[in-house]
Write a protein that binds this ligand. Sequence first.
Ligand SMILES: [Fe+2]
Length: 135
Amino acid sequence: MTQVDWTVTLDTGLPRIDEQHRRLIGYSNDLLRAIAEGHGEASLQAFFEKLLDYTNSHFADEEEYMESVGYPDLEAHRAVHRRLINDVANSREKILGGVPVDPKRALEFINGWIVRHIMVMDSRIGEFVRIRARG
Ligand SMILES: [Fe+2]
């Protein structure tokens, strides 16, 4: 398992959103470090608390931004955010309930959705804003 490094493919070109995405990736890299240091399981609960908290505020912020620029695909995007929040909330519940969760698999899953969501859906917000700015 490797660290997620910031690359241009993750750049939406929207500074505020990019900064929040960097923070999300930072959280997942923190968990990776904890796994490497042998305390992955002990760190999972705090990781999911932080992730749930931050994705909630980040998604709300991103949705507000999409609304402010008149982004046409807002509702579909919002629906995906809700699904992601549900997934994170479910994982958190499992961990709180004492269900054994493999930290490596949890991290792979989270990294997968963060990277895919940014590259596939969030990058389109940036494209939309840039095309509109060109008139
Ligand atoms: Fe998004």
